[in-house]
Write a protein that binds this ligand. Structure first.
Ligand SMILES: Nc1ncnc2c1ncn2[C@@H]1O[C@H](COP(=O)(O)OP(=O)(O)O)[C@@H](O)[C@H]1O
Ligand SMILES: [Mg+2]
Length: 254
């Protein structure tokens, strides 16, 4: 007998649909994400990637009928806070950092650690250093305002912030879209760290080459549906591109 608990997915998405008026942004999407897996979601503009992430983040309510499970338990993702408390943490494109405040303050924004009635600044500094060290992030200090940080460092701070919630699944929608090569590399290193720590990651990307190394499986979306899910080891960049563009991988369709 195989031990099924070893293979319970971190996330199961079953027949999720979302319509905006006459637009069917998601036409019944189903997939699983395993513990410690990095799933890269790819597809053309308008394929439904962001809508899927927003449903999983609790930003958009899906149409009735589908189901989302975290570690085998059905969850109702009725708001971003509920999604976060259900184990799904999303790093938004705008990062939602407060530039004038320092790294530690940003990490605990809105949920400051307290000792009695007082904000426990000392414990927040210690905790901030701990979580950033876990990500092997090199920051000059957790006391620098985030406006002093590079794009990659800011992205990493935003990732560290969601990690403080101990999520099962971290969602990153185009985390390197605004970054240069070196900075992107740093962010992808952070994703690798998350994976090493057993966190499952969904990363939306338009750059296959860039996410290739850290990806376990690719999920290609096309016109609101999944065109295919492929193990990286069993496919090629060309194969994924064909899935995105034509909906299948056969060279004959090219
Ligand atoms: N809030 C919205 N209202 C109406 N239509 C939307 C909304 N969000 C997305 N759409 C539509 O849903 C489809 C999928 O969009 P989106 O999920 O943003 O795709 P992607 O992220 O893959 O580029 C598109 O046709 C888009 O115009
Ligand atoms: Mg998008």
């Amino acid at each position: 007998m195989t031990d099924l608990t070893l293979t319970t997915p971190a996330l199961s998405v079953v027949d999720v649909r979302k319509t905006f008026g006459h637009v069917q942004a998601l036409r019944g999407v189903s997939f699983e994400l395993m513990p410690g897996e990095v799933l890269s979601v790819v597809g053309d503009n308008g394929a439904g990637k962001s809508t899927l992430m927003k449903v999983l983040s609790g930003v958009y309510a899906p149409d009735a009928g589908g189901r989302v499970e975290v570690k085998g338990e059905e969850v109702s993702l009725s708001s971003p806070t509920v999604a976060l408390n259900s184990g799904i943490a999303t790093v938004y494109q705008d990062l939602s950092l407060v530039d004038t405040r320092d790294v530690a303050a940003n990490l605990f924004l809105g949920r400051e650690l307290r000792r009695g009635p007082f904000v426990d600044r000392k414990r927040m500094l210690v905790e901030s250093e701990r979580v950033l060290a876990e990500l092997t992030m090199n920051l000059p200090s957790v006391r620098v305002p985030v406006s002093y940080l590079s794009g990659g460092q800011r992205q990493a701070v935003a990732i560290a912030r969601v990690l403080l919630h101990g999520p099962d699944v971290v969602i990153l929608d185009e985390p390197t879209a605004a970054l240069g090569v070196q900075e992107s590399r740093r962010v992808l290193d952070v994703v690798q760290r998350l994976k090493d720590a057993g966190t499952s990651v969904i990363i939306v990307s338009h750059n296959l080459q860039q996410v290739w190394d850290i990806t376990d499986r690719f999920l290609a979306m096309r016109l609101g549906s999944i065109a295919g899910i492929r193990d990286k080891a069993l496919t090629t960049v060309d194969g994924i591109v064909r899935l995105i563009v034509y909906g299948d991988e056969s060279p004959a369709s090219v």
